[in-house]
Design a protein around this ligand. Structure first.
Ligand SMILES: [Zn+2]
Length: 80
C-alpha cells in the first residue's frame, strides 16, 4: 500500500456513522460503526502508464474510531 497515497487529510472530526450503497458501514475488524473520515488521492503512475487513468482518483477512507481499521471507498459515503 505504501507509495500510492500522495495526499491524506482528515475530514470530519469526531465520531460519525456512514452508509454506502444504502447500507450502514460496519468495521470489518471489530464491528464498530463509528468512523472518522479522510481522503486520499490515489496517484498510481503505473496505472497511468497502463492507460488506466480512472485509477487516479480520490478515495474516501473511513477510520474506525474503536480499532483504527481503515475501510476504503471510491464512492463518497453518505452520513447516516
Ligand atoms: Zn474497528
Amino acid at each position: 500500500m505504501a507509495g500510492i497515497i500522495e495526499h491524506f487529510k482528515r475530514g470530519y472530526e469526531g465520531d460519525a456513522r456512514y452508509s454506502v450503497a444504502g447500507k450502514g458501514v460496519v468495521c470489518s475488524h471489530c464491528g464498530g460503526n463509528e468512523f472518522d473520515a479522510g481522503a486520499a488521492l490515489l496517484n498510481t503512475r503505473g496505472m497511468t502508464f497502463l492507460n488506466l487513468d480512472w485509477a487516479n482518483r480520490n478515495a474516501t477512507l473511513l477510520i474506525c474510531t474503536n480499532c483504527s481499521h481503515i475501510e476504503w471507498f471510491l464512492e463518497d459515503p453518505d452520513l447516516a
